[in-house]
Ligand binder design. Sequence first.
Ligand SMILES: [Zn+2]
Length: 203
Amino acid sequence: MPWIILDRDGVINYDSDDYIKSAEEWRALPGSIEAICALKKAGYNVAVATNQSGLARGLFDLDDLEAMHSKLQRLLAEYDANTVYAIDAIFYCPHLPEDDCACRKPKTGLLDALEKEFEVSLAGSWLVGDHVKDIELALAKQCKPALVLTGKGKTCAKLLAENPPLSNTPVFNDLLAFTTELLTKDQLNTETFTTAPLKGKIS
Ligand SMILES: [Zn+2]
């Protein structure tokens, strides 16, 4: 079963420069719940890999993080009256940038942990993010990167455009647009998008 890796803030839920600190502040972006359910329905395993330095900063604690993720899972479970959908795994980095840990994206620790726990290779899997760190992580793990323009995506798109080979990253308006494209094209691959240069897409 193929895996899809999602960043959380700015991809699944609204991001904030003040951090998302509680389940109350955690609000799904339009279409993201629908998109995840569609991926699950199509047979994908869906994992979240997210930097949560707000933990180390003391802005929220593990109970708060658990409550955010319970809210996400509840929204997924309630989306379809006939099927309970859920994210298969959520991996988070609780550290500060200066902690120099092995798991803060773009370091590969979160995905290494997933591969170990589920005894899979993520090479060739899609990784969807709104940040340069996500794209760098995808390339480090031989995943296929996709950028969404929600969250910090628009700022990131400009950076990527100036930095080949990152500029080859396919860009989508949001997670639902990515998902629709993936599920309507049997073999969605990065080559599909090289005819539509990033700069053309964001201008
Ligand atoms: Zn870490």
